[in-house]
Structure formats: structure tokens, C-alpha cells
Design a protein around this ligand. Structure first.
Ligand SMILES: C[S@@+](CC[C@H](N)C(=O)[O-])C[C@H]1O[C@@H](n2cnc3c(N)ncnc32)[C@H](O)[C@@H]1O
Length: 338
């Protein structure tokens, strides 16, 4: 990233949270959905979203200014990315991940960043995923919104892994809502998946799997993945966003367990937010790791090299290592030797 040279650019960073809030507020009242049927005036938008017109005018100005909406005279339209990704029920919609997980959970958690940074845990609500997911409402909000963010990456990783017809079993550790397992089972008709996660999360996953009518393909195991014995005889072990959510010292054990439960020739996939090996970016991955530190203070900011070394130390041979969500996440696929 080019070093910042002007005071204005410092202000762009400092005011950045206001742009985030403009996006979240628009998602909550569904501005983008209201514009899906065609251009509207501010008055028409105010009517459709039940927001007083003068306040809608201010919100619309902010959204036009940051490029989420476009203005042609009196008429307001969705910008291209808003039309593609922020219209509810659209094929590529991920607004629920943004408005529930990022706005309702991570945003308030970041209030505690200064305290966590200096090791003061007074008033900090959650220090581990186990604590956090023990709260039923938080687990519901988190896992439902994660689902909306994970279906797309799940489809991409499933395709990329190119499993053969003989791959019949997958263990999805920290599998959350089951988004990845659902997408893998859709792509590979012979595959059966088991999602391992905390009990309150599993309840949410069961509902998504039932909605997809995939109860005969995706099973659930309520457990803590760092202490439970994982079921063996697996062709694939998937850990998506798990390494970032456990203490650093738990990672070698997760790799060893994956190795133990895989059949010879089986594949492990690790997907997570990672910065580059030189730790100079990308910015979205680096910022995500910073906010994640608030509720996983013993976690490590992952890099591809860290993950590849952990997998090699457990005996795996690295097969693939590449971006999954550009600028944010990477996925490593490794094989247990035959
Ligand atoms: C960001 S979510 C990702 C869910 C899913 N893997 C995906 O990619 O959509 C992280 C998940 O890891 C789970 N998790 C974290 N620590 C865990 C542990 N020790 N045992 C089991 N699950 C864990 C959380 O409960 C949560 O569902």
C-alpha cells in the first residue's frame, strides 16, 4: 500500500466508519431493494423505506458520495456493485453478512479494541468463540449472517478442489451454518458431510440444511473441535475460518487430528483470512485480523507460510495455495501421503 501523504487521506481513514454506517443503515431499511425495480426520487425512496424524506435525502447524499448509489438529476439508482450484491434475495446478495455480523456484532465489539490491545479484559464481553457461541442469540445472529457470506466462497472452493467420485466423506470442523458442506454436497453427489461446531451453532445449521432438504447428506456433531475426538475414515477435512478462531497453540493439534482422521491420499483444506507472507497487506485481511483480535486475543494473524508450515509439520504435502476471496481470504489444500 502506498504511504499516506496528505491530511485529507488521513481524514478519509478516520471518517471511514461513517461510510460503513451509511452502508449498514441503507441495508437495514433496504434502500438497495427499493431501487431494484428502477430509479426513484428521494421522496419515493422515503415512502418505500418509511424514512422521513429529509433524513433519506441526507442518507442518499452520503451513499451517492461514496459510490453506492448514482444520481441523475432527481432520479436515484443503484450503483453497479449495489445492484449486484446488495439487493435482498438477489443471487449474489451478501448484505445480511454485512448488516448483521459486521454491523451488529463486530462493530460494537471494536469498542473494546484499545483495552484488549493492552491486555485489559474488564468489560470485554467474549474472549473465545466458545464463550461467544454459548450465547444463543449471538450464535444465531452470527451463524445466520455467516451463511450469507460463505455460500459463494463454498461453491468456489468446492469446484477448485476437484474431488473424485470416490470421495464420500467430509468432516467440516468449525463448519458453522453448514454453508461449505451444503455447497460441497451439491457439487459432489457421492459426498456425505459432517459439520462439527458448538451446540447453539449446530441448531442454526440444521435449519439451513433442512431448508435445502439435505438432511440425508449433511450431519452434525456438537463438540469443541480443539478437545473432541474427531470421527475418522474421512476423505476430506475442511477447516474454514477455524485457525483464526482458536489460540495459536491449538493449531498444531488441529493439523494432527486432521492427519489422523483422513484416509491415505485424503485432502485437508484450510480457508481463512490471511495477510501476505511479508505482512504488508492486503488491507481488508489486515483490518479483519485486527478486529478479530478483540474476541480472540490469543489467536494469531495468519499468513500462507504459517498455515503451510503447520500442515507440513503434521505430515501433509501442499497441493494448492491461493486466494479465495480476493484481498481477504486464502485457501490451502494439502494431501495426506498414500
Ligand atoms: C467464521 S465461522 C465459519 C463457519 C464456517 N466454517 C464457514 O466458513 O462458513 C467460525 C466457526 O468456527 C466455530 N468454532 C470456533 N472455535 C471452535 C471450536 N473450538 N470448536 C468447534 N467450532 C469452533 C465457530 O463456532 C464458528 O461457527
Amino acid at each position: 500500500m502506498k504511504p499516506i501523504e496528505t491530511a485529507e487521506d488521513i481524514s478519509v481513514l478516520a471518517f471511514g466508519f461513517m461510510a460503513s454506517k451509511a452502508l449498514f443503515a441503507a441495508l437495514h431499511v433496504d434502500v438497495f431493494g427499493a431501487l431494484d425495480s428502477g430509479p426513484k426520487t428521494v421522496i419515493e425512496l422515503a415512502g418505500a423505506t418509511k424514512v422521513p424524506p429529509t433524513r433519506m435525502a441526507t442518507l442518499v447524499t452520503a451513499l451517492v458520495a461514496v459510490g453506492l448509489l448514482a444520481r441523475d438529476g432527481e432520479k436515484i439508482t443503484n450503483g453497479p456493485a449495489s445492484a449486484q450484491y446488495l439487493v435482498r434475495d438477489g443471487a449474489n446478495y451478501f448484505g445480511d453478512y454485512l448488516r448483521f455480523q459486521i454491523d451488529r456484532q463486530m462493530y460494537p465489539f471494536m469498542e473494546h479494541l484499545d483495552k484488549v490491545l493492552v491486555g485489559d479484559s474488564d468489560g470485554v464481553e467474549f474472549a473465545t468463540y466458545a464463550d461467544w457461541m454459548a450465547d444463543k442469540d449471538q450464535a444465531e445472529l452470527f451463524s445466520r449472517s455467516q451463511h450469507s457470506g460463505s455460500l459463494g466462497p463454498g461453491a468456489v472452493l468446492a469446484k477448485r478442489m476437484g474431488l473424485g467420485e470416490d470421495a464420500t466423506s467430509m468432516l467440516d470442523v468449525g463448519g458453522g451454518s453448514g454453508a461449505f458442506s451444503i455447497m460441497f454436497c451439491k457439487r459432489y453427489p457421492n459426498l456425505q458431510a459432517t459439520v462439527l461446531d458448538f451446540p447453539n451453532v449446530i441448531e442454526v445449521g440444521k435449519r439451513f440444511v433442512a431448508e435445502e432438504k439435505m438432511q440425508d447428506r449433511v450431519d452434525f456433531l456438537a463438540a469443541d473441535g480443539t478437545t473432541a475426538n474427531w470421527p475418522d475414515g474421512q476423505d476430506v477435512v475442511l477447516m474454514s475460518y477455524l485457525f483464526s478462531g482458536v489460540p495459536e497453540q491449538a493449531i498444531p493439534d488441529l493439523c494432527a487430528q486432521a492427519y489422523r482422521v483422513l484416509k491415505p491420499g485424503g485432502l485437508v483444506a484450510v480457508h481463512d483470512f490471511m495477510v501476505g507472507n511479508d505482512r504488508s497487506g492486503p488491507p481488508l485481511a489486515a483490518l479483519w485480523q485486527l478486529q478479530h483480535m478483540v474476541y480472540t486475543p490469543d489467536g494469531v494473524g495468519l499468513t500462507p507460510m504459517f498455515v503451510e508450515d503447520a500442515l507440513r509439520d503434521a505430515g501433509f504435502e501442499i497441493d494448492q495455495s491461493a486466494d479465495l476471496i480476493p484481498g481477504m481470504t486464502q485457501a490451502m489444500v494439502a494431501r495426506k501421503p498414500t
